[in-house]
Design a protein around this ligand. Structure first.
Ligand code: ZN
Ligand code: ZN
Length: 67
């Protein structure tokens, strides 16, 4: 796939695992009436490339990619 980072642990996951993760995360957002989604959006940094959590990337503190 074109979109995705090599240093993103979610992007490098096998497709089945990613689908399961997406499903469980979606369910969690549904259960909290979107509160967890708002918290995730507001308090966590996201990767501009794949929109996954920044903390799941192996990057330097200044935000630059390892490669
Ligand atoms: Zn990613
Ligand atoms: Zn990324």
């Amino acid at each position: 796939m074109a979109s995705g980072c090599r240093d993103c642990r979610t992007c490098t996951m096998p497709g089945v695992m990613r689908a399961m993760l997406k499903w469980s995360v979606g369910l969690a957002h549904l259960c909290t009436c979107g509160i967890s989604w708002v918290v995730k959006r507001g308090f966590y940094r996201h990767c501009p490339q794949c929109k996954h959590l920044d903390s799941r990337h192996q990057r330097r503190r200044d935000g630059s990619f390892m490669d």
